[in-house]
Ligand binder design. Structure first.
Ligand SMILES: Cc1cc2nc3c(=O)[nH]c(=O)nc-3n(C[C@H](O)[C@H](O)[C@H](O)COP(=O)(O)OP(=O)(O)OC[C@H]3O[C@@H](n4cnc5c(N)ncnc54)[C@H](O)[C@@H]3O)c2cc1C
Length: 282
């Protein structure tokens, strides 16, 4: 790596776990030492060749072994387009099943990230099929999408875990809520419905108003709500939640593609200034 690359990586380590599995395990141990669990994600997406998807499978299998050896408390998260959905549903299903079986044997859960709108239907289809065989899998649902309530309830009805997120992608206008308030309102509505059904829900957001609402909801319904945040973003709030006895998970991506991921986080909805502030406040 060039000197510029080294400096960039040093900076990006605020929100990525590193480049390889060894880095990921080190970062996971650090997260665990703060009484938080980790969700490890290997960076890489839009793979159109079987070889690329299967290499990702091998990396996850090795990572899971390392997580077990190092007694990591956490889970992993995979992307449909990383595990072959661009090739076929069958390829994605095969790769996901392999990872889920291995993870189950070692005592870990596997999350499926939500990707662009065009993949949502097929991702959900493969997920629901896999859920019949693998009880240790869950899926992210984007609350900016109008279909999110149906998707979340469909997963919950089959006993699957739902990770609620606002959604990071620019989606077709007709399929999504337009403004921040409507997305937040929909998020809260889906969250309340899931909790009322005693579904397995993870509240993945840095939005303090949603987190407050979730805490109140948990108290009212005498249910423990799981929270999740991205590594390096609002870390103090995450720590406060963990210190308050809440189950907190930190999503920590790693891999050679750390640069693209970092740029995406910086560009996200004009969060550059906030990101700089969160780094200074660490
Ligand atoms: C654990 C986890 C898993 C996720 N998985 C997925 C997924 O599978 N698919 C998907 O599409 N999206 C995923 N996301 C991203 C998510 O969809 C949002 O894009 C992102 O979390 C920002 O939305 P927010 O809910 O935090 O609310 P926002 O309203 O965007 O943010 C609330 C506050 O959090 C802080 N903040 C948020 N983001 C940043 C940032 N980048 N830099 C600095 N400060 C920030 C700011 O203070 C902001 O005011 C995930 C998010 C989390 C936390």
């Amino acid at each position: 790596m060039s000197i510029l690359g080294d400096i960039g990586l040093l900076f990006a380590r605020q929100w990525i776990a590193g480049v390889d599995e060894a880095d990921a395990i080190r970062a996971a141990l650090k997260v665990n030492s703060k009484n938080e669990q980790v969700i490890l994600n290997y960076l890489g997406e839009n793979f159109s060749e079987k070889g690329q998807a299967r290499r990702s499978v091998m990396i996850y299998l090795n990572l899971l072994r390392q997580m077990k050896i190092n007694r990591i408390r956490g889970s992993i998260s995979v992307k449909p387009s990383q595990l072959g959905i661009l090739i076929s549903d069958a390829e994605f299903y095969r790769n996901l099943s392999r990872i889920a079986s291995h993870a189950y044997g070692l005592g870990f859960d596997v999350w499926i990230d939500a990707e662009e709108y065009e993949y949502v239907d097929r991702s959900l289809g493969v997920f629901l099929r896999a859920l019949k065989r693998h009880k240790n899998i869950g899926m992210a649902v984007q609350c900016k999408l109008r279909r999110s309530m149906d998707d979340a309830m469909g997963i919950a009805a089959k006993g699957g875990m739902v990770r609620l997120v606002k959604g990071a992608y620019k989606e077709p206008a007709a399929a999504s809520f337009e403004d921040d308030d409507s997305i937040r309102q929909n998020y809260i509505e889906v969250m309340k419905t899931l909790v009322s059904k005693r579904a397995k829900v993870m509240v993945a957001t840095h939005d303090a108003s949603i987190i407050e609402e979730a805490i109140e909801l948990g108290k009212r319904r005498k249910q423990k709500i799981k929270f999740a945040m991205l590594m390096g973003i609002r870390s103090r709030l995450a720590q406060k939640l963990a210190d308050g006895g809440n189950e907190v998970h930190i999503y920590a991506p790693f891999g050679e593609e750390w640069f693209d991921y970092s740029m995406r986080r910086i560009k996200e909805e004009g969060h550059a200034i906030l990101l700089l502030r969160s780094i200074i406040q660490q």
